[in-house]
Design a binder for this molecule. Structure first.
Ligand SMILES: NC(=O)c1ccc[n+]([C@@H]2O[C@H](COP(=O)([O-])OP(=O)(O)OC[C@H]3O[C@@H](n4cnc5c(N)ncnc54)[C@H](OP(=O)(O)O)[C@@H]3O)[C@@H](O)[C@H]2O)c1
Length: 264
């Protein structure tokens, strides 16, 4: 049955992490750090990037297959420099995982436009810089993969995610079009939509987060999705399916439920 086109995985499954080289952008904490550690434990070559060198060194500690390339993702030249540097050390990067993000819980009337632009620069613009840095090589080789960490916050407009939500909606759209563009060129594209995960990012939330997961659980779900060849990797299902249902509802019902359960 798995061979019928309808049941075939949307991406080519990765079965052996040992022969994979993976570049994680935003590997100094949270989900990116947990992914780096899980992949290193499975024998993958992992390149860890983010701004905080000390944290990256802690995540990579004692792993002979770890390589650290610290830089700021908002700096286009830094992307260029990092990818040039890596071309000699790791001529064939199999997968780039985009995890870098910023989140500030705030209602729409609290948003400062300059802060919003700074968040969009990290959450969205940096992904375009990254694509420009890594895609030409992947296209030339005719292989590779891109995993983009969006969020269920991108499914529907939720108060408090005034800038973060729209940035994640943009990444969902971008991942979809990347898949359509790149699948025929043998490049895997994964859209990762986590629910709530306990990290530095969500430590800012002052409400009880439903179905909260650990970064290790998130990393496991993401690697499992990639192993299966899924396009959208969303978890935990008991939460994400509820938000998907909300997304499908007529606006009248959707707004009423948001008013009832989300807006304080
Ligand atoms: N936690 C959740 O509940 C949740 C839910 C849905 C989606 N997500 C998504 O999952 C991804 C990881 O989030 P997380 O929760 O693990 O957050 P986190 O612990 O705050 O990690 C964010 C990472 O991004 C890096 N980063 C931020 N700005 C950067 C910059 N200018 N240059 C380079 N690196 C930068 C940080 O490193 P430095 O500070 O060292 O630079 C850090 O490694 C994000 O895309 C987030 O939106 C998280």
């Amino acid at each position: 049955m798995m061979n019928l086109p309808f049941f075939r995985p949307l991406n080519r499954p990765i079965t052996n992490w040992r022969d994979q080289t993976i570049w994680i952008i935003g590997a100094s904490s949270g989900i990116g750090a947990a992914l780096a550690q899980a992949l290193l434990q499975q024998g993958a070559q992992v390149i860890l990037s983010a701004r905080r060198l000390e944290q990256l060194q802690q995540v990579a500690a004692d792993h002979p297959h770890a390589d650290i390339v610290p830089f700021d993702v908002t700096d286009q030249n830094a992307w260029h420099h990092a990818s040039q540097q890596l071309q000699t050390r790791h001529p064939s990067i199999d997968l780039v995982i985009f995890c870098a993000a910023k989140y500030q819980p705030e209602r729409s009337w609290e948003v400062d436009a300059n802060d919003a632009a700074a968040t969009l620069k990290i959450n969205v613009e940096s992904v375009y810089h990254g694509l420009q840095a890594v895609l030409p090589q992947m296209l030339k080789r005719g292989s590779g993969g891109l995993a983009i960490l969006a969020s269920v916050a991108g499914y529907v407009g939720l108060p408090n995610a005034s800038v973060y939500g729209p940035s994640k909606a943009a990444l969902i759209n971008l991942s979809e079009l990347l898949y359509s563009d790149l699948h025929q060129k043998n490049i895997n594209v994964y859209l990762v939509n986590p629910g709530f995960v306990r990290t530095e990012l969500t430590d800012k939330n002052d409400f009880e987060m439903p179905a909260l997961q650990t970064p290790e659980q998130a990393a496991e779900a993401i690697l499992q999705g990639i192993t299966h060849g899924d396009f959208e990797i969303h978890f935990p299902k008991r939460f994400t399916l509820g938000v998907k249902l909300l997304q499908m509802m007529p606006y009248r019902w959707r707004f009423a439920l948001i008013r009832r359960f989300v807006v304080a």
